[in-house]
Write a protein that binds this ligand. Structure first.
Ligand code: DAH
Length: 339
């Protein structure tokens, strides 16, 4: 038995010293020490050994196992060190190679303009809300005082999903959703995408963005509207910006106006930018029509309000001096990188 063990040990050590890879070392471990290995075979034969010999043989088997394991372990460590060294030698870093740069994107001019507008109104205590792009005729037209036969419906032709369901033509529909919630007072802006069946050109697109504003409270007057929107204009275009209100017509406001800002390029003298006018049209606004309040279950004897609607692209084009709206949608990074 002793000789057998000695032979196993010699055989194992010989195999270890011949091994050239970690896999080969592992094969030695399996064939010598594993479940079907030579040493295990010996242990299986223990039943034929006499009772007094058994402990001695058992001890010898364990010693042999320990010796083989120790040599195996040492060989494994050496082998691993060699492998690691080879790997390091192969992976030397050439610090003179140019660095890989990560291209970091940045905000789209529309998004930047929107954040700026939002921050101005948040600063004045407004809440930012959103309404759905797909609307019922009621929210987009009817509840805004635009009945089925109203000519304003022609100007805002859109994409119909069914006779009653359409892509909204104006964020004004959000006014109705907010009023229907029944929580007063309201002080909100609602940015979002709107749709019209317009041909694409430098100033038109079938899909663009607006920012709606609505304030409803007691004792609100046209002076509140003027004060609020003039602060907005100054913060957006500069402290020296003047505003001018021209009477206009919108079905959902009465009285209604369009607001112009003094040209921030020439200060109002007239230049190429403002087409010699000195003024630039910027938004529509007015006092919420009593009929609109009534339809959304608000008592016009008790509550009054003002509303306004701004085109987001118009602001982005003006602020960043871009002269063609299509550039905003083409997503050419060579163009976008400039902002
Ligand atoms: N919804 C109007 C449009 O798309 C813009 C507008 C005008 C909104 C006056 C308003 C407003 O809230 O009071 O042309």
């Amino acid at each position: 038995m002793k000789e057998k063990l000695l032979k196993i040990k010699e055989e194992a050590l010989a195999q270890i010293s011949k091994s050239q890879t970690l896999e080969q070392l592992n094969e030695v471990r399996v064939s010598q020490l594993g479940k079907k290995g030579a040493l295990t075979e010996i242990l299986k034969g223990m039943k034929d050994v006499s009772a007094e010999e058994r402990p001695k043989i058992g001890q010898l088997v364990n010693e042999t196992r320990a010796e083989i394991e120790a040599v195996l372990e040492e060989a494994r460590k050496k082998m691993e060190a060699i492998v690691m060294e080879a790997k390091l030698a192969q992976e030397t870093i050439d610090v003179t190679l140019p660095a890989k740069t990560m291209k970091v994107g940045h905000m789209h001019p529309n998004t930047r303009a929107l954040e700026e507008v939002e921050n101005i109104f948040i600063g004045m205590g407004y809440e930012v809300v959103e309404g759905p792009d797909v609307e019922r005729d009621y929210y987009n037209f009817e509840a805004l005082n635009i009945p089925a036969d109203h000519p304003a419906k022609d100007e805002q032709d859109t994409f119909y999903i069914s006779g009653d369901i359409l892509l909204r033509t104006q964020t004004s529909s959000t006014q109705v959703h907010e009023m229907e919630k029944g929580k007063l007072p309201i002080r909100m802006i609602a940015p979002g995408r709107v749709f019209r069946s317009d041909e694409v050109d430098a100033t038109h697109s079938p899909s663009f963005h607006q920012i709606e504003g609505l304030v409803i409270d007691k004792n609100i007057t046209f002076a509140d509207l003027k004060g609020t929107l003039s602060v907005f204009a100054k913060e957006l275009f500069g402290e020296d910006t003047k505003v001018k209100f021209r009477p206009h017509h919108f079905p959902f406001t009465e009285p209604s106006a369009e607001m112009d800002v003094s040209c921030f390029k020439c200060g109002g003298k007239g230049c190429r930018f403002c087409k010699g006018e000195g003024w630039i049209e910027i938004l529509g606004c007015g006092m919420v029509h009593p009929h609109v309040l009534e339809m959304s279950k608000i008592d016009p004897e008790e509550y009054v309000g003002f509303a306004f609607g701004v085109g987001l692209e118009r602001i982005a084009l003006l602020k960043y001096e871009i002269d063609d709206m299509r550039l905003l949608y083409e997503n050419d990074v060579r163009f976008l990188d400039q902002f």
